[in-house]
Design a protein around this ligand. Structure first.
Ligand SMILES: C[S@@+](CC[C@H](N)C(=O)[O-])C[C@H]1O[C@@H](n2cnc3c(N)ncnc32)[C@H](O)[C@@H]1O
Length: 187
């Protein structure tokens, strides 16, 4: 949406490494991410990490009846305020995604993480924290998947544990730039 561009670019100018993209995800990419979430019978609790302007959140929000709950985590306060306005009633947490365990999820739940986190541009320390948080939370879920897009077909980030492997799903050419959807899942 056009109205999302200004807050997105403002956040980008303030902190380019943590935004890590030139534009919000387009609708075709957002739909592809939501379809991947629903590719299993029980996506369970769905947590979007780095929800940004909410373009993927919107696609997920429209099918939230297929999930146990939809939650978003966004560390940029200005973007989180907008998410709260756009998605009333949804739990939006304003903190680093590496603190995802603060959400006190039930043990042995079905869990799907949807990530727009710009791993490639993040500082090394952030990447390490996020990787170990993902490994830790994956261990407490009975079924775990993480869905992430990347640009230029590159692997989003190395798997944080040997129990999780990447599978390349779709490439969406109608996105700026074209993006590939990846799934990190249990072996
Ligand atoms: C590529 S942008 C958002 C893309 C989003 N899908 C959209 O269309 O607006 C990445 C987002 O991740 C957020 N982010 C970066 N590092 C984060 C972290 N450690 N924890 C939570 N959010 C983070 C940024 O603030 C930014 O909103």
């Amino acid at each position: 949406m056009k109205s999302d561009l200004l807050p997105f670019w403002r956040s980008f100018l303030r902190d380019p490494r943590h935004i890590g993209a030139i534009a919000p995800a387009g609708r075709p990419l957002s739909d592809a991410m939501a379809r991947e979430v629903l590719a299993v019978a029980h996506p369970g609790i769905v947590i979007e990490l780095g929800a940004g302007t909410g373009s993927i959140t919107q696609a997920l929000f429209e099918v939230r009846h297929r999930m146990t709950e939809l939650i978003a985590v966004e560390k940029t306060p200005e973007l989180a305020v907008r998410l709260r306005q756009k998605f009333p009633g949804m739990r939006i947490h304003v903190h680093c995604a590496s603190e995802v365990e603060r959400l006190s999820l039930p043990r042995h739940c079905d869990l799907t993480l949807v990530s727009s986190l710009p791993f490639r541009s993040l500082p090394t320390r952030d990447k390490q924290r996020l990787s170990s948080a993902i490994a830790k939370i994956s261990e407490m879920a009975s079924h775990f998947r993480l869905i992430q897009y990347s640009y230029f077909g590159r692997l989003p980030f190395p798997s944080p544990t040997k129990n999780l492997v990447w599978r390349r799903s779709h490439t969406i050419v109608r996105n700026l730039p074209p993006a590939t959807v990846w799934v990190l899942e249990q072996t």
